[in-house]
Design a protein around this ligand. Structure first.
Ligand SMILES: N[C@@H](CCC(=O)N[C@@H](CS)C(=O)NCC(=O)O)C(=O)O
Length: 273
């Protein structure tokens, strides 16, 4: 008589179809913990925004207005060195605005976020708005958001610096950054020739780039040379949420960065120590 297979062998043989089913189930999209979308629909407590009226600051107030989330503003006067105060450094270790504290984080507990791109993505996931859940669309939105964070923002920032604030006019530096920014405007113009917004539908990628591109004059650009960017800027500028965010005025006289020596020290000479 054939010997009955051992209990372990029998279990293994039985478990085969189950293992296959498991693999099939895994190939479906996995809902990642912490990446859930739309938990902020019933936000009760305001999000605290550490803010100064600059391109990176505007990104966050525009997104909050677009999402209809409640928020309060904590001004961080970067001309007075408030970005180095311990309370702010605790939420923004890079000593730069913007940063947020959301009392109602993904797990219901407070969470702080710094870096404007990370904040935009966080708010996109939280509300499910101006972001993407389709994996292909999400790649596009991230590409163009990171494009702004790694290219347009830093290079336009240097163009502002060397054109407006450097104590001496260095033609090589001015030309270098104007040329680089012009290249980026050409990239955007080409992209916008075939779609209304950078990723088709209006998204956080547009908010990120809009905040820098609206200051084209400070970057030595002629907007007439980029008709699609011009059309796109006007469309975003006309949005009621954008108008509300850009109308926010802080009751503190801004520092004149060209002449205030203290402000210049904080902003242009600090090594973070
Ligand atoms: N990559 C950062 C850049 C932030 C940044 O440079 N913020 C400027 C204002 S737009 C700032 O806080 N400057 C203060 C300083 O330079 O000390 C982000 O996007 O959040």
């Amino acid at each position: 008589m054939a010997k009955r297979p051992s209990k372990t062998k029998r279990r293994k043989a039985k478990s085969k179809p189950r293992a296959a089913a498991k693999v099939a189930a895994r190939s479906k999209p996995i809902a990642l913990k912490g990446a859930q979308v739309g938990w902020g629909k019933l936000q009760k407590q305001p999000i605290v925004v550490y803010y100064w009226a600059t391109p990176n600051g505007w990104k966050i107030t525009i997104m909050l207005e677009e999402c209809g989330l409640p928020y309060t503003i904590k001004p961080v006067n970067i001309g007075k060195g408030e970005q180095f105060e311990p309370e702010f450094e605790a939420v923004s270790p890079n000593n730069r605005i913007p940063a947020i504290v959301d009392p109602e984080g993904p797990d219901g507990k407070p969470i702080s976020v710094f870096e404007s791109g990370a904040i935009l993505e966080y708010l996109g996931r939280k509300t499910g708005k101006l972001y993407a859940s389709d994996p292909r669309k999400l790649v596009e939105v991230q590409e163009w958001t990171y494009w702004q964070m790694a290219n347009l923002g830093p290079l336009a920032g240097q163009a502002h610096h060397f054109r407006l604030y450097a104590p001496e006019k260095i033609p090589y530096a001015i030309e270098r950054y104007e040329t680089q920014v012009k290249r980026l405007y050409n990239v955007m113009d080409k992209r916008l020739a075939t779609r209304e917004f950078l990723c088709g539908a209006y998204s956080i990628a547009d908010i990120a780039s809009f905040c820098w591109a609206r200051r084209w004059d400070r970057q030595g650009q002629n907007i007439e040379a980029f008709p699609n960017v011009k059309r796109w800027l006007a469309a975003i500028e006309a949005r009621p949420a954008v108008k509300r965010a850009l109308a926010i005025r802080i009751d503190i006289v801004p520092t004149d960065l060209k002449s205030d020596e203290n402000a210049r020290r904080f902003l242009f000479q600090s090594t973070g120590r």
